[in-house]
Design a binder for this molecule. Structure first.
Ligand SMILES: Nc1ncnc2c1ncn2[C@@H]1O[C@H](COP(=O)(O)OP(=O)(O)OP(=O)(O)O)[C@@H](O)[C@H]1O
Ligand code: SF4
Ligand SMILES: [Mg+2]
Length: 356
């Protein structure tokens, strides 16, 4: 194994499972390169859930696909930075420097991903059981019969009744909620150290959403699995996340423990997001309408504003301060970081997060 790919443990903190450093992704379009993710750095510890939030197009999925090496090939996409994963053997490895063959062994084994729409992850012409068994056999040294027993146990664990019979179902024979559970069963079949969930509940109704969240929480309680949870719904963040990272226009704009972010957001964009999200109470009562959205649109990545990317939509914008350069991300409290040159002057505008 090359020195680039595997370092001594000193490269990561003892409790870190994932450490992303200066991740940068650009898509090649004709003669230009369009940035989608820029200088994204964060880490997730054992047993911790980090939520990734931000409007559509902010780079959440590209970040997660970049971590697991699932982006288009180098002709269409350029990826830079480092993605360190603490492997099962306790050693740290940079996934961005790992040969594809070895990376395939990591995916679905030590690191797994669940997507919003499981139809895209399941093969439509193979039964659910065959696919989960395949995943188990790929990463474990056990026989086919034992793998099938394990697959049924997993379906039962994720709340699917009559699991032995359900193993014979094709993906289209299951409801959306059941397919999502089966997807989770497949993702956790190899007891991953890291699970990335990209909007796993968005397509589901509120009751099934709550059940899936509860399921993921339970799985995590019973293991030390680290989780990156991508969602548009800050109500869900309040339910599941220990920490939150907000992205805007491909960059991290704020990061804090969940209660801190909800109670004391320092970046005007975060405050806007909080105001535009339904409270958990409203979600529960079905009263989710008429919330103020943030006015304006995300900037075109090919012609971004000169300084802060949020400037055209920000009520605190001050050209002499905000347009000079892209604000640096800086510490503004315990485990709290913000990308805003005026955070010291701005009174935390929203203390009414979705937990209220
Ligand atoms: N395969 C691709 N080719 C070219 N551009 C892409 C590709 N995938 C994503 N992008 C661009 O990268 C940017 C970030 O997209 P991304 O899918 O990460 O957003 P997101 O935060 O996940 O949004 P959503 O909440 O809608 O899922 C967008 O501008 C998008 O158009
Ligand atoms: S840097 Fe300026 S424009 Fe950007 S969020 Fe802060 S106050 Fe608003
Ligand atoms: Mg996405």
């Amino acid at each position: 194994m090359s020195a680039l790919m595997e370092h001594s443990n000193s490269v990561m903190h003892a409790d870190e499972v994932l450490s992303v450093r200066n991740l940068r992704v650009s898509f090649r379009r004709q003669h230009t390169s369009v940035p989608a993710v820029q200088d994204v750095s964060f880490s997730v510890a054992r047993g911790e859930t980090l939520a990734l939030v931000g409007e559509s197009g902010s780079g959440k999925s590209v970040t997660s696909l970049g971590i697991l090496g699932l982006l288009p090939d180098a002709r269409r996409c350029e990826v830079q930075g480092e993605v360190w994963l603490r492997r099962r053997n306790g050693r740290a490895a940079n996934l961005l420097a790992m040969p594809e063959r070895e990376l395939r062994g990591v995916r679905g084994g030590e690191a797994a991903m669940i997507f919003q729409e499981p139809m895209t992850s399941f093969n439509p012409v193979k039964t659910i059981g065959a696919q989960i068994v395949e995943a188990i056999l790929c990463h474990n040294n056990i026989g086919r019969r034992a793998a099938r027993t394990r697959a049924a146990e997993l379906l039962s664990l994720v709340g699917i009744a009559d699991p032995v019979r359900r193993l014979n179902d094709y993906p289209h024979q299951m409801s959306g909620g059941m397919r999502q559970r089966a997807m989770i069963a497949m993702a956790i079949s190899c007891e991953p150290l890291l699970l990335i969930a990209d909007e796993p509940t968005t397509a589901l109704d509120v009751t099934v959403q709550a059940q899936i969240i509860e399921l993921l929480r339970r799985i995590q309680e019973q293991s030390t699995m680290a989780m990156v949870f991508i969602t548009h719904n800050l109500g869900v963040v309040g339910e599941i996340a220990d920490r939150v990272m907000v992205m805007y226009s491909g960059r991290v704009t704020e990061e804090a423990p969940t209660a801190t972010l909800f109670g004391n957001p320092r970046m005007p964009y975060t405050s806007g997001l909080l105001k535009s999200m339904p409270s958990l109470a409203a979600v529960g009562s079905g009263g989710m309408s008429a919330l103020p959205a943030i006015a304006g649109n995300v900037p075109d990545p090919l012609s971004p504003p000169p300084g802060c990317a949020f400037a055209p939509r920000c009520e605190f914008h001050q050209a002499s301060r905000c347009d000079l350069a892209i604000p640096a991300i800086e510490s503004c409290g315990t485990a709290h970081k913000v990308r805003c040159v005026r955070w010291r002057e701005i009174e935390a505008p929203s203390r009414q997060g979705p937990m209220s």
